[in-house]
Write a protein of this length. Structure first.
Length: 350
């Protein structure tokens, strides 16, 4: 039976957490203050938050530095060709984020200023409640709690909440806990809200870890229900498993050398990126061959690819003939990972 829960964890004091954070926070290239009040640079903060949405901190650092070197200002990002932005994003995945980032940069440039409140940030493409709260707390000092998987884990353990990791009730409890902690911050300290949010996430990422809670290093140990019970890893409960969808696709590589027939994806996964024709069945491939006057292709091999809960097995077929279709120099384009994997098989086989 689910235990009744309290929010805010009365004994868990934000001042203690901030003090702990001062002593051990990681130096990261986006953690740069722009004034004596400790508030952050909006452009760097925003780019970092978008990159961090589905990617680990360690993986983001080199991409962040290269991206900022390429597009040092919001104006540079707004006016760059889309292909250049996508190419600079390649490797981070979830490319829709890069397209939204550039669309938002164009809105900011047209408006002549960055947003200030979370509500204003959320009006930009690609920015949801979590990201807008994180950015506004860091760059404007807005007292809004952020809730991610790390924060939910800490709140679940502190309060002994027997809730699933993805349960809306755990999200609500975490927001309530965060709001309660925000109210305890010193009013004149503008940097406090952003710092508390970062400290909470840092606690979850480096101490209150999913598989290994390092309670001996935790500033909130004495207020923690899970620690007192002696079983931190019992919280939160695991989510219900998503059904895995298996699909077999045929990837048609038409062309030769560096020139292949690809088209730009307009929707679905990786919009804006280039990909060769993908078929779901041999019959579809044969119809495609006939419609485009291609000689039957040669099967070169296959590879696996996973996107969310989809598991693809992809056969690579080669058509040396151009078949009257336009081909492009793939070296100059932002390619999907499927395309890169298919090209690697082509290069090995012919
Ligand atoms: S005491 Fe342990 S379980 Fe509790 S919040 Fe700290 S690290 Fe997590």
């Amino acid at each position: 039976m689910t235990k009744p829960y309290v929010t805010g964890a009365a004994g868990a004091c934000p001042a203690q957490l901030r003090q702990w954070f001062h002593g051990r926070r990681r130096e990261l290239p986006w953690r740069v203050s722009v004034g004596a009040d400790g508030l952050r640079d909006p452009y760097r903060t925003w780019v970092a938050e978008i990159m961090l949405q589905q990617t680990r901190v360690e993986a983001v650092v080199p991409y962040f530095e290269a991206f900022l070197a390429h597009f040092p200002t919001v104006d540079a990002l707004a006016s760059a060709p889309e292909d250049e932005v996508l190419a600079a994003w390649a490797g981070l995945g979830y490319y829709r984020r890069a397209r939204h980032l550039q669309a938002a940069a164009q809105t900011v440039v047209a408006a002549g200023a960055f947003p200030i409140t979370a509500t204003e940030w959320q009006a930009l493409p690609g920015i949801g409640p979590y990201t807008s709260a994180a950015i506004a707390s860091l760059v404007s000092g807005e007292r809004l709690p952020v809730v991610d998987g790390n924060v939910k884990r800490v709140v679940a353990r502190l309060n002994g909440l027997e809730l699933r990791r993805d349960a809306p009730a755990l999200h609500r409890a975490s927001e309530q806990a965060g709001s309660a902690w925000m109210k305890q911050l010193p009013t004149a300290d503008l940097a406090a809200a952003g710092e508390l949010n970062e400290a909470l996430m840092e606690l979850g990422a480096t101490v209150c870890k999913a598989r290994q809670a390092l309670c001996g290093e935790c500033p909130w140990q004495s207020s923690c229900t899970a620690f007192q019970e002696g079983n931190p890893h019992a919280y939160p409960l695991p989510p219900r498993k998503k059904e895995v969808v298996a699909r077999r696709l045929q990837c048609l590589m038409i062309g030769a050398g560096k020139h292949w027939r690809v088209s730009q994806r307009q929707s679905g996964w990786n919009p804006g990126f280039f990909e060769p024709p993908l078929m779901q069945s041999g019959e579809e491939r044969e119809q495609f061959e006939a419609a485009h006057a291609l000689l039957p292709g040669r099967r070169l091999g296959e590879f696996s690819h996973a996107i969310t809960n989809h598991r693809f097995r992809i056969e690579v077929w080669h058509y040396p003939s151009e078949g009257g279709e336009a081909v492009k120099a793939t070296t100059d384009l932002a390619l999907t990972t499927i395309t890169r994997k298919a090209l690697a098989i082509v290069q090995k086989s012919i």
